[in-house]
Design a protein around this ligand. Structure first.
Ligand code: PGA
Length: 241
């Protein structure tokens, strides 16, 4: 894994734009694997600014998102579909019809997982963006998830529910389940870009970069990817330098 340590969140977001933009400039119809969470917000703001000021175009790009809360409609203000529209898609020239995410309201959840995995088979990500959870999860693949997993439904762990509760009025409102791309779907990406910032991620970053490759630390599988880059700030890198 290539590791790039930068000073702070803004520098991380600037470097991330460089990497993301290079993919889109080289291949205007690239498939971008995108992520939610607080980590990529700076990157998304940079993509919007760069699209407006420099004309980098996403018109032909297709996107696939990692995960979605089960039970939330795409218009619910905490759904990841809503997050992507308001934090990125509405600010760039992407065609919303080319953006993909699991359907949180799907009645048959197993069937929805199967649909999404087969969609991913046809849309290999040219780049997959990832954040990392404080417990080493990637997307909603929690510790213990099989490395060969495809899209599946997960029961969220207490630590993830707690991490996410800041975004809901009360902790009881946080959905208990989510759809997530599996680790196999993520590892199929041609290139992976992981972003991490803040001291709260230092242990997870250590496990991802230097720990044993184990299903107990889902992000450790990234050590096996041929083209994975981690961009992190000094605080997140404190245990690997
Ligand atoms: P965060 O979440 O970007 O909000 O820290 C990352 C993750 O849980 O994957």
């Amino acid at each position: 894994m290539k590791v790039i340590v930068v000073k702070d969140y803004d520098a991380m977001s600037a470097k991330a734009l460089e990497i993301m933009k290079a993919v889109v400039v080289e291949k205007p119809n690239a498939v971008l694997g995108l992520a939610t969470g607080s980590t990529p917000l700076g990157l998304y703001a940079n993509m919007i600014k760069d699209c407006k000021e420099n004309g980098t175009s996403y018109k032909k790009v297709r996107t696939v998102n990692l995960d979605e809360y089960a039970g939330l409609d795409k218009n619910h203000n905490q759904s990841y579909a809503y997050f992507m529209r308001t934090n990125l898609f509405e600010g760039i020239d992407v065609d919303l019809a080319n953006t993909n995410i699991e359907d949180g309201t799907a009645k048959d959840r197993e069937k929805e997982c199967e649909r999404y995995s087969r969609l991913l088979d046809d849309m290999q990500q040219d780049i997959q963006l990832l954040g990392i959870g404080s417990n080493g999860h990637i997307a909603f693949n929690e510790p213990g998830t099989a490395f060969d997993s495809e899209t599946h439904i997960v029961d969220l762990t207490e630590s993830t529910i707690k991490d996410n509760s800041r975004l809901f009025e009360k902790i009881e409102d946080v959905p208990r389940q989510a759809f997530t791309m599996g680790l196999k779907n993520i590892m199929r990406a041609k290139k992976i870009l992981v972003l991490a910032n803040g001291a709260g991620k230092a242990n997870a970053v250590y496990g991802m970069v230097k720990g044993r490759v184990t299903e107990s630390v889902p992000a450790s599988i990234l050590q096996l990817h041929p083209d994975c880059t981690l961009v992190c700030d000094e605080a997140a890198a404190s245990k690997i330098v």
